[in-house]
Write a protein that binds this ligand. Structure first.
Ligand SMILES: N[C@@H](CCC(=O)N[C@@H](CS)C(=O)NCC(=O)O)C(=O)O
Length: 307
């Protein structure tokens, strides 16, 4: 049984948690995010896992709200997630997660600094970096240009979302250059982003280049499978605790599954330990519950927009 089904089954429970979350008005921790966004999902999962009292503020990236002047003031790159704690603004999922671990209340459940065993810590950092380096955006949008390389896509990456993202990619760098002219303060960074976008577009639309990216994913998942093979059944990727390496692994597996890439990478005996890991019931840990909240909120948000 896959993630989204499990989340939907728990919808009632999650709805309650969500309502409770929205009724918390005393927090001074805000996350500007979008529930579709890969990098927002990582931060959301970390926040739930660490039990941080925060309020999510949805930025509608499908309508370009990330490029509105108020948001560019917060993050001139025009990207979610962004964390705001009192007057401090922290962009970028990696920086946010480090901030949550090392600068927020030290009493919170650790997700990075979980062990005194140097081998465990080395593995956590290794898998964190390895998984973080995978280009989620290229993998995602490339799958829309080469559907024959993927299996069956699932929500939310079905029509019309995939068409919207695909056509968005075609005009993205042109729009960024226009925005750069309109926003002198963010001009340099937006022009730089446009150049990167052109390069990404070249890679993800070229089948040979896209296959190279999928081969990198394959090599990383081979390392993950080997690591899981060494772990006890009741352990996570690096130890008995759910760590940042697990956040990165769960979110990328979830994304690959949504894109229909599970057959290429792990099902039908290809990587049995990854398959078991992916199918772990979410009730086992708070973090999995957190993803479920994220996914259900994403679905609820999408439905609200469609209706
Ligand atoms: N390095 C950043 C990447 C953030 C990012 O690419 N966010 C995407 C959503 S997953 C975004 O906001 N895209 C909107 C855009 O670039 O226009 C991080 O780790 O937070």
């Amino acid at each position: 049984m896959h993630y989204v089904q499990k989340y939907l089954e728990k919808y009632q429970l999650i709805k309650t948690s969500n309502n409770k979350m929205n009724s918390r008005s005393n927090t001074n921790i805000f996350l500007y995010c979008n529930y579709y966004s890969f990098y927002s999902q990582k931060v959301l999962m970390t926040l739930y896992e660490k039990n941080v009292d925060f309020e999510p503020l949805v930025v509608d990236i499908t309508k370009g709200e990330q490029y509105s002047p108020w948001f560019l003031e917060l993050n001139p790159r025009g990207e979610v997630p962004v964390l705001k704690v009192r007057n401090e603004v922290i962009p970028d999922s990696t920086r946010i997660i480090d901030y949550l671990e090392y600068h927020l209340d030290q009493e919170l459940t650790p997700i990075i600094n979980v062990s005194r065993d140097s081998k465990v810590m080395k593995n956590i950092n290794h898998f964190r970096d390895l998984l973080e380096a995978l280009p989620a955006g290229v993998i995602t949008v490339g799958s829309f240009f080469h559907p024959h390389l993927c299996g069956t896509p699932k929500l939310p990456f079905v029509f019309p979302v995939r068409e919207v993202l695909k056509s968005g990619d075609l005009v993205s760098s042109k729009n960024l250059r226009k925005l750069a002219e309109e926003n002198p303060k963010a001009k340099g960074i937006l022009l730089y982003k446009a150049e990167i976008q052109d390069r990404k577009h070249e890679i993800l639309t070229n089948e040979e280049e896209y296959l190279k990216v999928l081969n990198i994913v394959d090599a990383v998942l081979t390392q993950v499978e080997d690591q899981l093979t060494e772990q006890n059944e009741d352990c996570w990727l690096c130890c008995d605790k759910f760590t940042i390496a697990d956040v990165n692994l769960s979110i990328i597996l979830q994304r690959l599954w949504e894109l229909g890439l599970e057959e290429r990478f792990w099902t039908d005996g290809k990587r049995p330990h990854i398959e078991t890991y992916f199918n772990k019931p979410p009730a086992y840990v708070g973090a999995a519950g957190a993803v479920s909240i994220g996914v259900v909120l994403a679905l609820a948000y999408m439905l609200k927009k469609l209706i």
